[in-house]
Design a protein around this ligand. Structure first.
Ligand code: FES
Length: 105
């Protein structure tokens, strides 16, 4: 199991277990987190926007240009924003911490 901590815009904390290969978006939705994922991971929306904890951001594979383009259209984007549907669980990410942007609430 790979543990991910979600922090809501209000500061509520929920720890969720995922499995290798699962996307961050899938884990979030399975646990009832308010991430819509409208385009079903096609990188055609930004409703899966999450803000990665600074300590973890550099441990993720870099985003591709299409992901950057979608993030440009999201609200409340920060330097360490990513699309949750493009982050896939692996053992090294055990303990990953992400925050939801205000628009997700
Ligand atoms: Fe649409 Fe991630 S679900 S970009």
């Amino acid at each position: 199991m790979i543990k991910v901590t979600f922090i809501s815009a209000d500061g509520d904390v929920q720890e969720i277990n995922g499995v290798e290969g699962q996307s961050l978006l899938d884990i979030a939705q399975a646990a009832g987190q308010p991430l819509e994922g409208t385009c079903e991971s096609q990188m055609a929306c930004s409703t899966c926007h999450v803000i990665i904890d600074k300590d973890w951001f550099d441990k993720l594979p870099r985003s591709v240009e299409d992901e950057e383009d979608m993030l440009d259209q999201a609200f409340f984007v920060e330097d360490n924003s990513r699309l949750g549907c493009q982050i896939f669980m692996r053992e090294e990410l055990d303990g990953l911490t992400v925050r939801l942007a205000e628009e997700s609430e």
